[in-house]
Design a protein around this ligand. Structure first.
Ligand code: XMP
Length: 325
């Protein structure tokens, strides 16, 4: 293995250790890029957010952050990226509304791997388009972390910018590449990022796209997004945020019969999934209290249109996987 964590880098578990790391990285970034411009795909996930905050401290407006809204983000995420980075940290942030572009490409596509490929390719295309509009970019920052290097030869698959076209041949800036996830969180906290960004649950690169099972339609995507927001709100209110490893809702692509105001309905169903894991290779289910489940069900029925059934998934990994496709 060529790129191993240096022995001199001690585990980062305390605010003091995080401060030392931050100061060292600011120096290292300044040395590497000088007064050059750096591009970063800022998803709002922990890793890219920490990289953004570090680079903003080191080089300010010479960091150009690009946030691509592909329409598959959770409710409130694009707004939070803008609030935290543009409004609070005064970052040079380009917000790209690519929702129609992605959803048009995905229309009618039901095969999971084809969906993933389209999302990945479209992401690179949108990002490359933005990169070409910028003058004088020499560097590309990435939120590669140490497990990415150990597990996949340094290619951060879900960041999706590894496959940029040849002419966009940037030098990489990867300030957290020797850190484990828990260390990235300690650094993020110390950089002043909000808790719900720093301690957020894992979120797949293709986003809500893999939870809107089958061919994505706008109505089911909205049902996934709204029900997911309700689930997250209720988990937070019940003190479960940060305690349950991953929790979300899923909307399959088939309907079932229901009844409303004396009339039969033919509507979607929402599945609640909450799992605990340490490394995602296996998972047990979180035993959600029944009162909380019923509260979430009632809110979904009251607030999410086109849904007439709520289910609770009891499946462990294996034989199930965490996501549905
Ligand atoms: P599964 O469904 O395989 O998921 O049990 C294990 C973990 O990986 C996440 N996941 C993904 N992450 N791109 C990602 O970046 C993907 O295509 C993808 N598919 C699954 C999943 O959320 C879980 O944490």
């Amino acid at each position: 293995m060529a790129d191993l964590r240096p022995d001199s880098l001690k585990r980062i578990t305390t605010p003091e250790a995080a401060n030392d790391f931050i100061n060292d990285q600011i120096e290292a970034i300044k040395n590497q890029v000088g007064d050059g411009k750096v591009l970063l795909a800022l998803s709002g996930g922990v890793d890219s957010s920490v990289v953004a905050a570090l680079l903003i401290k080191a080089i300010g407006k010479n960091l150009v952050c690009v946030h691509v809204n592909h329409g598959l983000l959770r409710k409130g995420e694009p707004e939070q990226v803008i609030r935290v980075f543009r409004d609070q940290m005064d970052a040079n942030l380009i917000y790209v509304d690519a929702v129609d572009r992605f959803l048009d490409k995905l229309a009618g596509v039901s095969d999971p791997e084809t969906k993933r490929k389209i999302i990945g390719k479209e992401f690179i295309d949108v990002f490359a388009d933005e990169a070409r509009k910028q003058d004088g970019i020499r560097f590309l920052a990435q939120g590669t972390i140490y497990p990415d290097i150990l597990e996949s030869d340094g290619v951060k698959a879900h960041h999706n910018v590894g496959g940029l076209p040849k002419e966009l041949d940037f030098e990489l800036v990867e300030p957290v590449k020797y850190l484990y996830k828990d260390e990235v969180r300690v650094v993020g906290k110390q950089l002043g990022l909000p808790d719900n960004m720093v301690y957020r649950q894992p979120f797949p690169g293709p986003g809500l796209g893999v939870r809107c099972v089958g061919a994505i339609t706008r109505d089911r995507l909205e049902a996934v997004r709204e029900s997911d927001a309700i689930l997250r709100e209720e988990f937070a209110a019940a003190g479960l945020e940060g305690k349950v490893w991953q929790y979300f809702t899923v909307v399959p692509d088939f309907t079932s019969t229901g009844i409303k105001d004396g009339k039969r309905t033919d509507d979607w169903m929402v599945i609640i999934r909450a799992v605990n894991s340490t490394d995602a290779t296996s998972a047990t289910i979180e035993e959600i209290p029944y009162d909380l489940l019923k509260k979430i069900r009632d809110r979904i029925f009251a607030e999410v249109s086109g849904v007439n059934r709520v289910l609770y998934d009891l499946s462990t990994k294996g034989p199930a996987t965490i996501e549905y496709e």
